[in-house]
Design a protein around this ligand. Structure first.
Ligand SMILES: [Zn+2]
Length: 500
């Protein structure tokens, strides 16, 4: 019997076995973005965390229904749209488009559904109606509020009590609310805002109700996993549980609650970071998206804060470059095996001495060790460490004379381990040549260099070498090197790379 996958449940504050309601089928909802601006590196953490959860569940053979919403009706969207003089839904559509580009750039798998609030107003009105009918909600002057005192379990997720929430909120309490912690399910229409007809008059949904209504529509009234950033535990997720359980009368709404930690700006100056949020697209302009994934997945367990700095990102880029050098050697080995190179793996490992034996041991153990780390509450730092053991052993082996030819079967075996890591982490998933070309393009652009200039200098150097003008050839090599362009001379001519 296969060992179960284990995960930390915020609701029970324990590590538990994952037992979905329907065996083999996981239904998961993750809170998406409020689409009023470009996504920043904090949003990327949640996206990357749950992409890996999604990928690992698929790898473990589950059927996964993964729903992530777009909040396209919201105060911030309305304010920004008013400032720009465009309709709110036009602004949100523009940022949904930008979000999709960013996530594609990061190489994330698309969810199975991405519902928008604006397209689920009837479902939301229906759920609010059910909550009111059960006596857990009350209309007040065109708004509808949820009554926290009506629900005995309020506070179960965040560990707060209704009594605690009373303290300190009295002074600026909204007179329309029965309790200061009561929250809006429906907000009365304001001039210039998007509004829909409802039994309580024209208005729009409160923030929390959308996730209850949309998750239940796509996943059923009860489902397996609900995810989001740790900043959403209270009040958003607490309120989702209250609304959903009071609307349906079913408990628990969700079996497992998962929350990712925040991104901390480690070495950036605070003055720089304030009001100057780093967006995903800024990063993608300069480096491949897998770099940020590697920084997050290797840098911390998903529940812990992860430090972000430009130095840490640069280190991740160097590591990614080494990963692709190893993958290139492994791919080449697989190509040679397809072309007929064969050999016994133990004999090859012995022939090449310690580096051969180390690589063979690494690939033999890889899959079980990797799955073991990921089954242990998605411990990506452990999985990334295993991946980089594989990188180190592969590069050391591939650097030995004749290893790329005679050692091809062992390199081909390593390729299956790289493929597993790429499937689950989404790191090392590109074709190596494509990665190196992307790196060249983005690094040259970041340095303000033209590819044509590099190629021109390389041609001049080739001509100098042809004329046996070694001082000139060396001078051009130094000139390129000073701009981080490394020239590599091989039997098929010269190639070049950008130093990372
Ligand atoms: Zn939500």
């Amino acid at each position: 019997v296969e060992k179960p996958l284990r995960l930390y449940n915020t609701l029970t504050r324990r590590i538990e076995d994952l037992v979905p309601a329907e065996p083999g089928h996981v239904r998961m909802y993750v809170c998406g973005m409020t689409v009023y601006d470009y996504c920043h590196i904090g949003h990327a953490r949640a996206m990357i965390t749950f992409d890996v959860v999604h990928r690992h569940l698929l790898h473990r053979g589950f059927t996964v229904d993964f729903v992530r919403n777009h909040t396209d009706v919201d105060d911030k969207i309305i304010r920004r749209a008013a400032a720009e003089g465009v309709p709110a839904l036009e602004l949100s559509a523009r940022f949904i488009q930008a979000l999709q580009e960013d996530l594609k750039g990061l190489g994330l798998l698309p969810p199975t559904a991405e519902p928008k609030v604006s397209e689920h107003i009837p479902e939301i009105i229906d759920l609010v109606g059910r909550i009111v009918a059960q006596g857990h909600g009350y209309p007040a002057g065109g708004d509808v509020y949820f009554s926290v005192e009506s629900y005995r379990s309020y506070g179960q997720l965040s560990g707060r009590s209704v009594e605690d929430l009373h303290v300190g909120d009295q002074a600026d309490a909204d007179p329309k609310k029965r309790h200061p912690a009561d929250f809006a399910l429906w907000k009365a229409a304001q001039p210039g805002e998007p509004a829909w007809e409802s039994p309580w008059g024209p208005g729009r949904p409160g923030w929390h109700i959308e996730c209850s209504a949309m998750s239940m529509k796509y996943l059923g009234e009860r489902f397996d996993i609900h995810g989001g950033g740790s900043d959403l535990v209270f009040p958003h997720h607490e309120n989702e549980i209250a609304q959903s359980e009071c609307g349906t009368g079913l408990h628990p709404f969700v079996r497992y609650w998962m929350h990712n930690g925040m991104v901390t700006l480690a070495e950036e100056k605070m003055s720089k970071s304030l009001g100057n949020i780093i967006t995903i697209r800024e990063i993608l302009r300069e480096i491949p998206g897998e770099t940020l994934k590697l920084l997050y997945l290797g840098g911390a367990h998903y529940r812990n804060p992860v430090p972000y700095s430009t130095e840490a990102l640069a280190e991740a880029l160097v590591a990614l470059d080494r990963l692709y050098q190893a993958r290139e050697a492994a791919d080449e080995g697989a190509t040679r095996v397809e072309a007929g190179v064969s050999g016994d793996l133990n004999a090859i490992a012995t022939d090449f001495g310690e580096p051969g034996r180390d690589l063979l041991r690494c690939v033999d153990d890889f899959s079980s060790a990797f799955d073991g780390a990921m089954d242990d509450d998605f411990s990506t730092p452990g999985a990334v460490a295993l991946l980089f053991d594989l990188v180190r052993h592969t590069n050391r082996f591939a650097a030995l004379p004749k290893a790329r030819v005679r050692g091809a079967p062992l390199l081909a075996k390593a390729r299956t381990s790289f493929a597993l890591a790429a499937d689950v982490l989404g790191v090392g998933a590109a074709v190596p040549l494509g990665f190196f070309e992307e790196m060249k393009g983005k690094r040259l652009a970041a340095m303000g260099l033209e590819r044509a200039w590099v190629e021109d200098r390389l041609e001049a150097r080739a001509a100098a070498r042809h004329d046996r003008n070694w001082p000139l050839a060396d001078q051009i090599r130094s000139e390129l090197d000073a701009r981080s362009i490394i020239v590599m001379d091989g039997p098929q001519g010269s190639n070049w790379r950008v130093r990372v």
